[in-house]
Design a protein around this ligand. Sequence first.
Ligand SMILES: [Zn+2]
Length: 318
Amino acid sequence: MKYSIGIDMGGTTTKMGLFSADGQMLRDAEIPTRSALGLDVMFCDMADCVRLLCAEQQISLQDCAVGMGVAGPVEEDGHVEGLVNLNLYDIYPAKELSQRLDDIPVAISNDANVAALGELWQGGGKDCRSLLFVTLGTGVGGGLVVNGQVINGRHGLGGEIGHIKVNPDEPELCNCGGRGCLDQMASATGIVRNAKRFLAKDSGDSLLRGVEKLTAKDVLDAAKQGDAIAEKTVDYCMSFLGKTIADINYIVGPDVVVLGGGLSKAGQYLLDVVYRHYDRYPTLTKQRSRFALAQLGSDAGRYGAAKLALDLSEAERS
Ligand SMILES: [Zn+2]
């Protein structure tokens, strides 16, 4: 295939891009995700947009691979138990789209996994074969690519590192029903929760005292300025991420670990903290994964979905 369309189906907006096979985004589009109006409207919108992008580029649909990323675990056969943010349950999104596009094949994976593939293709992991992608935002998400292949796993939970249990001492419950998930420690929410705990325990001065509606950005900014309690918070929260990445080395040794999501705007500072904790754990060899910041921002999903589609069409031809 010479072209590919990548679709990132978000809770309110669906982003699309038409790519050349060598990874240039030639055209892009954004449409509202009208899930409240039902499956038919939502997938017809998407199909119309795919056709429009092809028409603008003056190519036929048959010359274009199509792939999508969705915000929920995708099982091996394309079944999705639930897209909670769209209030859709028990669906086959790729099949729905394919049916509205003359039955051309549509590739699908979880949004964090396609974002990982996007970063491997054209972002922070370019020229690598295996990559662990960690998104640090309101929650902790993750995607895994090994030897160029997205790891979905049978149940679609492959690479979903946010709910690995890392802290048996965490008193609160995670939204997954477990306790002590990485999501509760290394996310923006986790940073704020732990900063408040440190502030309550420690009577020392801090830039964070008296800040109304404390955010993770406040904590990271203060830590960068050398605020002791903020530094302690970031260090504590990221220690769990560093250890998790070190553990993952024993299952898949990724060439590169890419940090993305809102918190990664803290840049090299955050990368260094996480790397320091990762590097604390001795391993059987001296080899270490490279750490990098994500480069594609919120475009990673459409890049990765396009690459997923190209890979699928390649596999089907051979
Ligand atoms: Zn959890």
